[in-house]
Design a protein around this ligand. Structure first.
Ligand code: 5AD
Ligand code: SF4
Length: 450
C-alpha cells in the first residue's frame, strides 16, 4: 500500500511541476514514506533522515535547497516527535492526509516553519486525489479498502491507518477503467483488510446496495482489458462464500492468495485477538482449495509472541507442514508501543525468538523451493512488468506470484507471454518464451465454458 500511496503522492505533486527523481541527489523534495509495523522499520526512518540531513546541509546556501518530508505510518504515530528528533524535517504527514501535500508545501514555503498534518480528516481522501498518473509495466495497484478494526494485540495498523473504510464501487470501477486505459492488464486490489470490503453501490434509481469483495472482483473481471486480478491482504475470518465462489468462477482472478495466519496455536491466536483458530484457518483453506484446486497460498507468521511456549511454536510448525505454502513472510514478535501485547509480562527472550524463526523459515523455504521446482517443465502465462537486473532481461509474475526471469528485449515490457520454466531458484524462476498471449481473458473464458 505504501507503493500505491507513493505513486498517488507523485500524482498530487505533478500539477506543481514535480516529477519523480531516480535518486535524492539534486532532488527538490525528498519524501520518506514510512512503515511503523515493526521496530526495525520505524528505526530505519531516523537513520535515513540522518543521511538526508547531510545532503540538505550541503545544499543549504545553493540555488536549490532541499526539502524533507516524512509521510506514512511513522509520521502518523510520532507526529511532532519527528521534529524533536530531526528538527531539519520540513513536513510531517500521515497516510490519511497526503492528498493535502500541495497545501502543506505552500504553507511551508510561505511561513518557513515545519508543517505537521496527521489528522484523520472527515473528507474522503480518495475524492480529493487527482486521477492516477502513469502505470509502470502492466500491473497496477488499486486501493479499495483501508484501515482495520480487528485490533490484533501486536499490531499498530488500527492506530496508524484508522478504522475500516471501503471505497464506494463507482470510483473504484472508474479508477480500474482508467488504469486499463493507461496500459494496466493486471490490477491488484489493496486494503489492510481487503476482504472486509463492503463498498456502497449507488444504482441509477438512487437505491444503495453493498458489494462484497467477491462481487467487486466479478464486476472488475468484466471490464475489457482486465486480464488479471489479485487482492491483498486478507483476514481469514472475513473470507466469505462470495469470495470463495469468485476463486471458482472468475478466470481472471489469479490462483494465489496471501492469507496471514500468524500462529498455529489456538492459545496464541486468542492472546493475539485473532478471530480464528488454527482449525478455522485449515477449514477456510480446504474450502478455497475445493473451489480452486490450483490455489497457491502465502501467509504471515509471528514467532515469539508473548507467552508462546515451545509446544505452541510446534503447533505453528505443524500447521505449516499441514497447509503448505508457496511462499511466506515470517517475523520475530516486535513490541510496538501503545499496543496491548507490548505490556504483556511473559515476553519471549530474543535468542528463543531467533531459534524459532530459523526453524520456521527453514521449513517455509523448503516448501517454497519444492513448489518452485514443481514448476520446472510447466508452461505458465507471465506478465512482464519490469526490467531485470541484467540488460536484455525482463521479469514478470507467474499466476502464483513467483518472479520469472526471461531473456527478452525491453519492447516486450507489458506483454503477457507463455513461458516454459527451465530453472527454479529459491525465490524465483527462469524460463524461455513459448508464445505471446494476446487476449488471455477471452482464451480463459472459452476454456472455462468448454
Ligand atoms: N511484530 C512482528 N510482526 C508484526 N506484524 C505486525 N505487527 C507485528 C509486530 N508487532 C506482521 C504480521 C502482519 C505483517 C504485515 O506484519 O505478521 O501480518
Ligand atoms: Fe493488524 Fe492485520 Fe490484525 Fe488488522 S487484521 S490489526 S492490520 S494484523
Amino acid at each position: 500500500m505504501n507503493v500505491y500511496d507513493a505513486s498517488r503522492m507523485a500524482d498530487v505533486l505533478a500539477p506543481l511541476g514535480y516529477v519523480s527523481a531516480d535518486e535524492m541527489t539534486g532532488a527538490d523534495l525528498v519524501i520518506l514514506n514510512t512503515c511503523h509495523i515493526r521496530e526495525k522499520a520505524a528505526e530505519k526512518v531516523y537513520s535515513e533522515l540522518g543521511r538526508l540531513k547531510l545532503e540538505k546541509d550541503a545544499r543549504k546556501s545553493s540555488e536549490s535547497p532541499m526539502r524533507i518530508a516524512v509521510g506514512g505510518c511513522v509520521a502518523q504515530a510520532e507526529g511532532q516527535e519527528i521534529l524533536r528528533r530531526a528538527p531539519y524535517v520540513d513536513l510531517v504527514f500521515g497516510p490519511q492526509t497526503y492528498h493535502r501535500l500541495a497545501l502543506m508545501l505552500n504553507e511551508f514555503e510561505s511561513h518557513g516553519k515545519p508543517v505537521v498534518d496527521t489528522e484523520f480528516p472527515a473528507d474522503d481522501k480518495f475524492d480529493q486525489l487527482p486521477d492516477a498518473g502513469k502505470v509502470e509495466g502492466a500491473s497496477a495497484f488499486l486501493t479499495v479498502q483501508e484501515g482495520c478494526d480487528k485490533f490484533c494485540t501486536f499490531c499498530v495498523v488500527p492506530y496508524t491507518r484508522g478504522s475500516e473504510f471501503s471505497r464506494p464501487v463507482d470510483p473504484v470501477m472508474r479508477e480500474a477503467r482508467l488504469l486499463v486505459g493507461k496500459g494496466a492488464r493486471e490490477i491488484s486490489l489493496l486494503g489492510q483488510n481487503v476482504n472486509a470490503y463492503h463498498g456502497i453501490n449507488e444504482q441509477a434509481d438512487g437505491t444503495q446496495t453493498e458489494w462484497t469483495l467477491g462481487r467487486l472482483i466479478r464486476e472488475l473481471a468484466e471490464i475489457d482489458g482486465v486480464e488479471r486480478i489479485r487482492y491483498t491482504t486478507s483476514y481469514p475470518a472475513e473470507v466469505d462464500e462470495d469470495l470463495i465462489e469468485a476463486h471458482r468462477d472468475v478466470p481472471e482472478l489469479m490462483p494465489y492468495l496471501h492469507l496471514p495466519v500468524q500462529s498455529g496455536a489456538d492459545k496464541v491466536l486468542k492472546a493475539m485477538n485473532r478471530r480464528h483458530t488454527s482449525g478455522d484457518y485449515k477449514d477456510i483453506v480446504a474450502r478455497l482449495r475445493i473451489a480452486q484446486p490450483d490455489l497457491a497460498l502465502s501467509s504471515d507468521f509471528i514467532v515469539g509472541f508473548p507467552g508462546e511456549s515451545d509446544a505452541d511454536f510446534e503447533e505453528t510448525m505443524a500447521l505449516v507442514r499441514d497447509v503448505e505454502f508457496v511462499q511466506a513472510y515470517s517475523f520475530k514478535y516486535s513490541p510496538r508501543p501503545g499496543t496491548p501485547a507490548a505490556d504483556m509480562t511473559d515476553q519471549v527472550p530474543e535468542h528463543i525468538k531467533s531459534l524459532r524463526l530459523q526453524k520456521l523459515q527453514a521449513e517455509l523455504s523448503r516448501q517454497q523451493i519444492a513448489f518452485n521446482q514443481s514448476c520446472i517443465g510447466r508452461s505458465l502465462p507471465v506478465l512482464f512488468d519490469r526490467r531485470g537486473s541484467r540488460s536484455g532481461q525482463l521479469v514478470g509474475r507467474s499466476p502464483y506470484m513467483q518472479s520469472v526471469h526471461v531473456d527478452l528485449p525491453d519492447s516486450y515490457l507489458g506483454e503477457m507471454m507463455t513461458v516454459k520454466i527451465d530453472e527454479a531458484k529459491p525465490s524465483s524462476l527462469t524460463g524461455v518464451v513459448v508464445e505471446k498471449i494476446d487476449r488471455v481473458s477471452q482464451m480463459l473464458r472459452q476454456e472455462a465454458v468448454t
